[in-house]
Design a protein around this ligand. Structure first.
Ligand SMILES: Nc1nc2c(ncn2[C@@H]2O[C@H](COP(=O)(O)OP(=O)(O)OP(=O)(O)O)[C@@H](O)[C@H]2O)c(=O)[nH]1
Ligand SMILES: [Mg+2]
Length: 480
């Protein structure tokens, strides 16, 4: 009798454990939807590839010392599992790893569309409620990759056509954009906004505007480039919804005339297309992919602007502030989460830190803090944890010392992306504050693009800088 009872009790206990674990998994924070945010070429795809790589290959590379679940021996394993949305492409981790594994490794291509990946992370709970529910628990992590060009468009949802035009007018009329925008502005100045507009003529104007946007981004290294789909149209290439321009001379129009303008007029046609762009493209993208985030990492490349000048920094600052307006921040206790999930942790990461010697990492972190200071002030950050780090998702250089005039100087060694030659260099110092124009006159920051190091095999963790701290900050508290 006693034996039966013990067996029964053990079975009940087991059932209870399973049930409780199931309940806990469904009810508590065992799922993270991570927003990987960053302008084009800031390093999103490289970051996602490395994050997946570090988790699935844990134990096969540089130890993740600052990731507590690993450090405490509670991390069991991570694997890719089917993503929730079956209509979106899978993030092509295998292709990214295959490219890094080639004899001459190559970086991921710039992203052209949206993809997703879901990871299941198995761990032994430490001292949370879960400990009593089961010996093993799972944290699901969802990540979406997308072209950085589309991200800035989110702020257009807050502006009507007139407000957006006025913002663009302000940008186009100040340097360094103005020099390039003169002809375009003059053409629009000569145009009667209420006159009938030919669709082909508007297509030409929007082409001229698109070329300007490309110059701003590619030649001047500026970040605020709107609308993003103009430079990365995808399947919308040539569609009328991408054929409109901002009108920079609203002061010449009365509110009455503007409101009465019909869709055949220049201003009416631009307004209608802008509104269509907002609702059919931007709002759709936002609704499908930019709600329900719990955690966010904002990746920023602060080193490229060091080569491009003070305006590029100013623009990066504006772009980050604009982007952050599109997310909802706040407290994520269970009750509020059920109705409106909010981001409760933000990590600001200065990417590509392997481009500078390690003695400059602290300055790079401080510099990013200066870049985001305005954006942080604009938002209310009740109960939000924030951290700033300098990272390299995929480290391409080795740190070393070189003898120079009797002194040991820190140097980097890496393979140049352009000519595949191995070089040893001191790229220069990073200012801890937003650089003044004088910095650019005196200093020559040597920004050289490097080839990624050869990934010997896909089961080996990629060399990186501080990815363990990234994991700890973004996931650590959920793996207790
Ligand atoms: N040295 C170094 N370079 C990096 C690192 N991460 C990214 N890069 C460089 O930055 C480029 C852009 O990285 P991506 O990950 O493709 O950037 P992205 O944000 O996905 O860009 P889009 O897809 O265009 O929005 C790469 O091709 C590399 O040249 C890094 O950790 N170290
Ligand atoms: Mg990408």
């Amino acid at each position: 009798m006693a034996i039966i009872n013990r067996k029964k009790i053990a079975r009940w206990k087991h059932k209870l454990q399973l049930g409780a674990s199931d309940l806990v998994n469904r009810g508590l924070d065992q799922h993270i939807n991570l927003a990987v945010t960053g302008l084009s070429q800031s390093g999103k795809t490289a970051f996602i590839t490395s994050l997946v790589n570090q988790l699935v290959n844990e134990g096969h590379g540089k130890p993740l010392n600052f990731f507590n679940a690993v450090h405490e021996g509670r991390f069991i394993a991570a694997k890719r599992v089917p993503q929730p949305n079956l209509q979106i492409s899978r993030f092509d981790y295998d292709a990214a790893m295959a490219r890094l594994g080639e004899q001459e490794p190559v970086w991921p291509e710039p992203t052209r569309s949206i993809s997703q990946i879901r990871l299941a992370i198995r761990y032994t709970p430490q001292d949370s409620l879960l400990k009593y529910a089961s010996q093993m628990s799972t944290l699901y992590l969802d990540i979406t990759d997308y072209p950085g060009e589309w991200l800035l468009d989110l702020s257009m949802l807050e502006q009507n056509y007139q407000q957006w035009s006025e913002y663009m007018a302000q940008l186009l009329s100040s340097e360094p954009r103005h020099t390039h925008a003169r002809d375009f502005l003059q053409t629009l100045e000569e145009l009667d906004p209420l006159s009938a507009m030919d669709e082909n003529r508007l297509a030409e104007l929007s082409q001229q505007y698109t070329e300007l946007l490309l110059t701003f981004r590619n030649d001047l290294g500026l970040s605020v480039v709107q609308p993003g789909r103009f430079i990365l149209p995808g399947e919308l290439e040539g569609a009328p919804v991408l054929q409109f321009v901002p009108y920079p001379f609203f002061d010449r129009l009365t509110a009455q005339d503007y409101n009465a303008a019909d869709e055949r007029s220049f201003i009416g046609m631009c307004r209608a297309r802008y509104e269509e762009y907002q609702s059919a493209i931007v709002r759709k993208f936002y609704k499908q992919h930019f709600v329900n985030f719990d955690r966010q990492i904002i990746l920023a490349d602060c080193l490229t602007p060091l080569t491009n000048g003070p305006e590029a920094f100013n623009d990066l600052q504006q772009a980050i502030a604009l982007i952050m307006e599109s997310f909802s921040y706040g407290n994520s206790n269970l009750l509020t989460r059920l109705f409106a999930p909010k981001i409760d942790r933000i990590l600001f990461a200065a990417t590509k830190a392997d481009h500078v010697t390690s003695d400059q990492h602290q300055n790079l972190t401080t510099l990013l803090e200066q870049v985001i200071i305005k954006a942080k002030k604009q938002l209310s950050f009740d109960a939000i944890k924030m951290k700033t780090l300098s990272i390299a998702s995929i480290q391409c250089t080795e740190q070393g010392k070189s003898d120079y005039q009797g002194k040991q100087l820190p140097v980097l060694k890496g393979k140049r992306l352009d000519n595949h030659k191995i070089i040893t260099l001191y790229p220069g110092s990073v200012p801890a504050k937003l650089p003044q124009p004088s910095f650019f006159k005196q200093n020559n920051f040597d920004y050289i693009q490097f080839k990624p190091m050869h990934a010997a095999d896909e089961h080996q963790a990629l060399a990186n800088i501080r990815m363990d701290q990234v994991l700890q900050f973004l996931l650590g508290d959920k793996l207790k």
